[in-house]
Design a protein. Structure first.
Length: 311
């Protein structure tokens, strides 16, 4: 049988299979990303409780309730209450000599879903929607129409952007995330106007959580860079290959199952029947009644009996 020649489309299909392998394969970069998300999830409930304690120390619930009563009687003249998920905390700052600086140090904790964080945390959901969560990091400042369209599509998917056709009553990922934790605070929607003072210990805990949030983004970008470094070499190699057998040899050495069925539909079916593994993949389905029959066919195919019949 003549060797199957590769073209740009076939090389791209093979490259996608290899990329998916590296994406799912256990690696230090993947572990760091997974651990960063788990670290965030395990620490967030603790930080929520700490924030609520600090805010209620500065703004007791009785005061909040009083203003709410005033608003019910006098409208906007009664005061302002806002349901907030964004907070600023401050603590005294000192120089090397122990002298207190004029400005206090501050840390900003937000439970509002930010774009970079969403790309990492909801990576799988975004990919399942045939969108690219690495689009921002991939292009950086080199924007182009393709980048802009992908950003727009991801924004709509996550709920950052809406159109006139969207159901306003339907909760989206962003709104559901933003509503997971909110506190009623005295004041307007400008969270920067509220500076909640904390002691040094609480400040460090809050600042560490800020770092944990940032690590979710940083490890996601590092994982993309890891995949890209692999795929730059892979696609360069594939570009030099003329035949499918060369790509299959590469995949065999990487432990990746590769057969012609990943190529275009016109060529894959006829060619893959000569490959026992490929034929088995094609025959697999949920038809229990034909399971034994299929097993027999596959067994004969592996022994070469069906190959002889074809020849």
């Amino acid at each position: 049988m003549a060797k199957l020649a590769l073209n740009a489309e076939r090389r791209n299909s093979i490259g996608n299979v290899i990329e998916e392998h590296f994406r799912n394969k256990d690696s230090i970069a993947k572990r760091n990303w997974d651990n960063a998300i788990q670290n965030y999830e395990s620490n967030r409930p603790l930080i929520e409780r700490l924030i609520e304690t600090v805010v209620r120390m500065h703004q007791p619930q009785n005061d909040v309730d009083t203003i709410k009563t005033m608003i019910s009687r006098y409208g906007d003249s009664g005061g302002n209450i806002y349901s907030d998920n964004c907070f600023y905390f401050t603590a005294p700052d000192y120089d090397e000599d122990g002298k207190r600086k004029e400005d206090d140090k501050s840390v900003h904790i937000s439970f509002k879903l930010e774009r970079d964080f969403a790309y990492s945390y909801f990576d799988k959901k975004i990919r399942d929607a045939n969108l690219d969560p690495n689009n921002e990091h991939k292009y950086g400042s080199n924007t182009n129409p393709r980048y802009n369209q992908m950003q727009n599509d991801i924004g709509k998917f996550l709920g950052f952007r809406s159109s006139s056709n969207d159901d306003a009553s339907k909760a989206n990922i962003a709104s559901q995330w933003d509503d997971k934790f909110r506190l009623e605070v005295i004041g307007t929607s400008y969270c920067h106007s509220r500076q909640f003072g904390v002691n040094e210990t609480d400040f460090q805990v809050l600042n560490n959580f800020k770092i944990i949030q940032e690590q979710v983004v940083q490890t996601h970008e590092a994982f993309y860079d890891y995949i890209k470094s692999k795929m730059d070499k892979v696609r360069l190699g594939l570009k030099s290959y003329k035949y499918f057998d060369q790509a299959k040899e590469l995949c065999d050495n990487l432990g990746i199952a590769l057969n012609e069925s990943i190529l275009n539909e016109k060529s894959s079916l006829a060619l893959s029947i000569y490959n026992p593994t490929a034929l088995a993949d094609i025959l697999k389905d949920n038809d229990i009644e034909n399971a034994d029959k299929k097993a027999s066919i596959i067994a004969k195919f592996k022994k070469g009996e069906l190959n002889q019949a074809i020849n």
